[in-house]
Design a protein around this ligand. Sequence first.
Ligand SMILES: *[C@@H]1O[C@H](CO)[C@@H](O)[C@H](O)[C@H]1NC(C)=O
Ligand SMILES: *[C@@H]1O[C@H](CO)[C@@H](O)[C@H](O)[C@H]1NC(C)=O
Length: 231
Amino acid sequence: MEFPAAPARRGLVPWLGVLPSVFLLTLWIPPTTARFAVVSTSALEGQDVILHTHNRPPNCAGFIWYRGDKTDYNHFIASLTLHSRRSVRGPKYSGQETVNLDGFLTIRKVTLKDTGTYTVIAVLENSLREIGCGQLDVYRPVSVPTLLASNTTVTENEDAVVMTCHTDASSTNWLFNATSLRLRKRMKLSQDHRTLTIDPVRREDAGNYQCKVSNPVSSTESAPVELDVKY
Ligand SMILES: *[C@@H]1O[C@H](CO)[C@@H](O)[C@H](O)[C@H]1NC(C)=O
Ligand SMILES: *[C@@H]1O[C@H](CO)[C@@H](O)[C@H](O)[C@H]1NC(C)=O
């Protein structure tokens, strides 16, 4: 079994150099839906991440990992040959990646730049190969949002109040007295959920409002804004 090393030594074309046509001929697509794939993963910046695979075929001889969805030498990160435990590093090796004996790729201390597609080839005995890919998304922790109200002392049935959650997070939810806000008919959320309008206010709206923002790996809440309703 040949694993990618440096390109063409002694005039030989390494097998990576003749992709993708070789691939199409030898790629083995299992007859079931149990396709070999990289498990798509979300992570917080600075974490160590393990990119697992689903449905690893039996009798693997080794694994080759690539950054992106292309399997040419320029995208090659690292490979591992199981019987010899020999690993080879490629142009996309950054010093943080390791292929382990299960064929998973560990990336130490991920950064936002590690976000993207990863492709793995499982090299089987009898020179068949299976290819799988998946996505890694790296996020920063969301910052604490600021909640501002148009007015915090309002009169029942006369006034409206507009609350705005200042955030750049992708998801915003609202809390009333520390539990999820139940939207009433008089309440309206903007399309991005960052603005809450209560029109008119009623005495039962009095209490503490917060917005809670999140991304796939972290969440945080604003300081509470207390709404006082006179009647
Ligand atoms: C807030 O509402 C109260 C009661 O209706 C009103 O008297 C006050 O002027 C409002 N304050 C602001 C800043 O709009
Ligand atoms: C919400 O909290 C405020 C202040 O603690 C309290 O006066 C009010 O009764 C609470 N409202 C509800 C519906 O729990």
